[in-house]
Write a new protein. Structure first.
Length: 246
């Protein structure tokens, strides 16, 4: 069995409010009585992509559990690389692969520098195809990125979703060991399918986005942060639970 905590959209900006919400979520995860196989953070870690925001994130995301991150449209690749990954600053896509509990986590960079919408570049698609090929026969694979590659019925979020998704769909169809795709960006929990696999969207940490039929402003700053727990059992059946952090 694989147990994974999934959070997204911290938008750390140096403010006490953003830091407190992220710290509360991580404190809840770090205080769990048994270890998680991984904590996944699907982007928009920083709000402006500044070095000081990633330094704050480095502290906030400290955990006894393995922590895997990928960038979102508010992140800046060079500063992200230097502070969170200890690498030289580069504007190339930040694609990473991790192994945990017998599973492969392919963390794809869906960002387009300077834009809010997303795209898996040709470089990233080629990298992902290699990762999926090498992982065949090595257990289940989770594909992770920031931007949902489908519409969610949220007009603003849908206008800045991931484009060019057919190339990703073709890859997923050819690789049955992909068990789910995990993303963020929407600031609300959502569950749908993509290429016949579960597509699970993490709730937001910094804020919650309202659905079109709900009252009030689109962004709700009052609702508490939340996290998702994805459990993959030995029969490769995936179950997701959600917890609000009060």
């Amino acid at each position: 069995m694989i147990t994974l905590a999934h959070l997204s959209d911290l938008h750390l900006d140096g403010s006490e409010r953003s830091a407190d919400r992220a710290a509360r979520a991580m404190a809840y995860l770090n205080d769990l009585p048994q270890p998680l196989d991984a904590v996944l953070v699907t982007g928009d870690i920083a709000d402006h992509g500044r070095t000081d925001e990633y330094e704050e994130a480095h502290k906030v995301l400290s955990s006894p559990h393995p922590v895997f991150t990928c960038p979102g449209n508010h992140d800046v690749r060079s500063a992200y690389r230097r502070v969170l990954l200890g690498q030289d600053g580069s504007e190339a896509p930040i694609n990473q692969v991790h192994r945990a509990a017998g599973a492969t986590f392919a963390l794809c960079d869906s960002t387009i520098p300077g834009q809010d919408d997303g795209l898996l570049s040709e470089e990233t698609i080629a990298w992902l195809e290699t990762v999926l090929g090498e992982a065949r026969g090595e257990g289940p694979v989770f594909i992770c990125f920031h931007h949902p590659p489908v519409t969610l019925g949220m007009p603003f979020v849908d206008s800045i979703r991931q484009r060019g998704e057919q190339r990703l769909a073709d890859l997923v169809v050819r690789h049955p060991h992909v068990v789910a795709l995990l993303c963020g960006h929407a600031h609300t929990a959502a569950a749908t399918t993509f290429a016949g696999r579960p597509l699970l969207v993490a709730p937001g940490i910094v804020s919650t986005a309202k659905l079109p039929w709900e009252r009030g402003d689109f962004v709700d700053l009052r609702l508490p942060p939340a996290v998702a727990f994805h459990i993959l059992d030995d029969d490769l059946r995936l179950t997701t639970h959600y917890r609000v952090i009060v």
